[in-house]
Design a protein around this ligand. Structure first.
Ligand SMILES: [Zn+2]
Length: 487
């Protein structure tokens, strides 16, 4: 059975009612139609007209087109396909009032979004992720809203648990205000700083990102000087201090043509244009503060060249204050540690680093000198000799490989043969060395000894080193090498 309302259910045939509603809507200012006049009955009427053939479909298209500025393309496409979306486009209460924190709306559907419970309402003050701005958080009928997403102009509230309400019920919604206001400050600040770079350098903002810590824009300019960055930052803040109004209006093709938008748009009709006084105008569907002064401040943090573009990181409003506090805290701690004035912190750090480099060089020289003395002592008590060279065969624990190798090198330089072993940081190490003229193959001796410590390594006939995990085999490995060299 056809469950649709038939024309005989009403005083007027459906096509006439559609025409009548259209006439009423045409008599109104279309700028306000997107918020005031589109009702569930219009939508139902349009769906019914669609089912009644070509002529009625024209009336439906006109009706939906008239009443829903900004969404006409999507709905007209549906009408041409002879389909309509499952739900009426959700009315976006934040378009009229971005400061609305609590609202009442009717449940249109209880559904799922990617496996999680979700609710569709006829209207919402919760902003769905989009246009670079993250989704709002909040509650619906006391249930936490985990995410807000949109598809085909329908807004889905993704819920922590199913809603304790049915379709048709009215529910109370709340916006998590601190999060939203932060997004509004960052978003409005982004418009302002992007406009400053556009005006000063002719640079377009190619993309932007509102992260948890900072905001970034990628602009199509590179090699910006510190002075140019400071100038853009100053100009943007000047606009904030002028506290110019931030307004939004949905405009048609003719009105758009008369305006100088910062960035062109391919949507012919029904663009929502956000203006920051006369400083900036751009199409945007996000949420913004009411006047520029409410952004508070814009502070640039750092820049990064990315191909032909520059990524500019910045923070606005409360984030700028938090950033200032954190950095002041760090600077004060450095001042206290270094015992210098704030302006001398960097030069003092440079001085300390230079000093530290010099000390490291001195220490290396001293170590080498010490090892030379140690080599001399060890050579005075050799384990034997081969080819007129004294052979030092010793186990020296607790030295790193670098120290062991340097000592072996010193012994070789002084005319001896070094077979040194040592345990360090739980590892067995072997370092062998002799002069290049010696008729010995220390690499072969090392290769024969290494299996006893489960290790690996290598080198040349006059110098080889290696190590392994089995410290217990170290004495046997050293004895093996001694046997191979001394016989
Ligand atoms: Zn915006």
């Amino acid at each position: 059975m056809n469950q649709r309302r038939s024309a005989s259910d009403s005083h007027l045939p459906l096509d006439s009612r559609c025409g009548e509603r259209l006439h009423y809507l045409r008599s109104k200012d279309y700028n306000s139609l997107h918020t005031t006049s589109f009702q569930l009955s219009d939508y139902t009427m349009a769906r019914e007209c669609l089912s009644r053939g070509r002529a009625a479909r024209g009336a439906a298209a006109a009706l939906v087109g008239m009443v829903y500025w900004g969404r006409t393309t999507i709905l007209r496409d549906h009408i041409e396909d002879n389909t309509m979306p499952d739900f009426l486009p959700t009315k976006r209460l934040y378009f009229d009032d971005a400061y609305l924190r609590a609202f009442e709306a009717r449940v249109v559907a209880l559904t799922e979004w990617r496996g999680q419970p979700a609710a569709v309402l006829d209207a919402t003050a919760l902003y769905p992720e989009g246009g670079g701005q993250p989704a709002d958080a909040g509650t619906l009928a006391g249930v936490a809203v985990r995410d807000v997403q949109e598809q085909d102009d329908t807004i889905y509230h993704v819920l922590a648990e199913p809603l304790p309400a049915g379709v048709g019920d009215s529910v109370a919604g709340e916006v998590a205000w601190a999060r939203r206001f932060d997004h509004m400050q960052q978003h409005t600040g982004q418009h302002t700083i992007s406009a400053a770079f556009y005006r000063l350098c002719g640079a377009d903002t190619m993309s932007w990102h509102l992260g948890a810590e900072y905001v970034s824009i990628d602009i199509n300019a590179k090699d910006l000087s510190d002075a140019a960055l400071a100038e853009a930052e100053h100009l943007a803040n000047t606009i904030l201090w002028d506290d110019v109004p931030v307004t939004a209006a949905i405009l048609n093709r003719d009105e758009l043509a008369a305006l100088d938008l910062r960035k062109g748009t391919d949507r012919a009709d029904g663009i929502r244009v956000v203006s920051i006084g006369d400083f900036d105008r751009i199409g945007c569907g996000g949420t913004h503060v009411l006047t520029a002064g409410r952004v508070g401040a814009i502070g640039l943090r750092r820049t990064e060249t990315r191909g032909n573009q520059t990524r500019i990181e910045f923070v606005c409003g409360a984030r700028a204050l938090a950033d200032y506090r954190a950095k002041t805290g760090t600077l004060n701690a450095a001042v206290a540690s270094l015992k210098v004035r704030p302006e001398d912190v960097v030069s003092q750090i440079d001085r300390l680093l230079a000093q530290s480099d010099e000390q490291r060089r001195d220490l290396t020289d001293l170590r080498r000198t010490l090892l030379r003395y140690e080599a001399r002592d060890l050579l005075a008590d050799p384990a034997g000799s081969v080819a007129d060279r004294p052979v030092v065969c010793r186990r020296l624990d607790g030295r790193d490989m670098e120290a062991l190798r340097t000592l072996a090198g010193q012994i070789a330089e002084a005319g001896g043969v070094a077979l040194l072993a040592g345990a360090h940081a739980g590892k067995a190490q072997l370092a062998f060395a002799c002069d290049k003229a010696a008729p010995l193959d220390l690499n072969a001796a090392l290769k024969a000894a290494l299996p006893l410590v489960g290790g690996k390594g290598g080198g040349q006939k006059s110098q080889a080193q290696g190590g392994g995990p089995e410290v217990a085999g170290l004495d046997a490995a050293l004895a093996q090498a001694k046997q191979q060299i001394l016989g």
